[in-house]
Ligand binder design. Structure first.
Ligand code: IMP
Ligand code: MG
Length: 183
């Protein structure tokens, strides 16, 4: 049965199974690299929540978890590049090996800001993991250490990613029909 959310999707870009397999692969790579490093996963709210839950279970190392909230202000269709922390970390990160977990790396504003912020707070190392990478839109000099999938310059939703706060609970990642924006 097609649900009303599914009817807003133009095409499925990544199926549940494709996402699951890729998350397992990244988990294995992180395991090999961080096995004895007691890393701190820092998830970027809200988009990270589903990826984070699957990724930390695929990475069975001793580790801790935190979440950080950020918002980047929009100027019409363009991101202003101004990033603000809306929910800060709850613990000291001095000397910690941080693994940032992000849903999508787009212009790079958010991650460029966060990387600088975490370093200014004394992080020992900062590793960037993003589920999706849209390199065509990059404005900041930032490269993910681990990227699940490279995606084209289309607006995608599902598996944590939203449009106007909806569609986050779709189990796959899809491209939204253009008419949904103009509703
Ligand atoms: P950046 O700061 O431009 O790299 O933007 C990153 C943030 O923009 C992500 O964490 C998402 O919240 C949001 N974003 C960018 N592209 C998309 C998309 O295609 N779908 C949903 N959210 C997106
Ligand atoms: Mg986000």
């Amino acid at each position: 049965m097609k649900h009303s959310m599914d009817q807003d999707i133009l095409k499925v870009l990544l199926t549940e199974e494709e996402i699951r397999r890729r998350v397992q692969e990244i988990g294995k790579e992180l395991y090999d690299r961080f096995e004895d490093k007691n890393p701190l996963f820092v998830g970027v709210l809200n988009g990270c929540f589903m990826f984070m839950a699957d990724l930390v279970r695929a990475t069975q190392v001793r580790s801790q978890m935190e979440f950080i909230g950020v918002s980047s202000y929009q100027n019409g269709t363009k991101s202003s590049g101004v990033v603000q922390i809306t929910r800060d970390l709850q613990h000291d990160i001095t000397g910690r090996n941080i693994i940032i977990v992000e849903d999508i790396l787009d212009s790079g504003n958010t991650l460029a800001y966060l990387r600088g912020y975490l370093k200014s707070k004394g992080a020992g190392s900062v590793t960037i993991v993003t589920l999706l990478d849209k390199p065509s839109r990059r404005r900041e000099d930032i490269v993910a250490d681990y990227a699940g999938f490279v995606v084209p310059d289309e607006f995608v939703v599902g598996y944590g990613l939203d449009y106007a706060q909806s569609y986050r609970n779709l189990p796959y990642i899809g491209v939204l029909k253009p008419e949904v924006y103009s509703k």
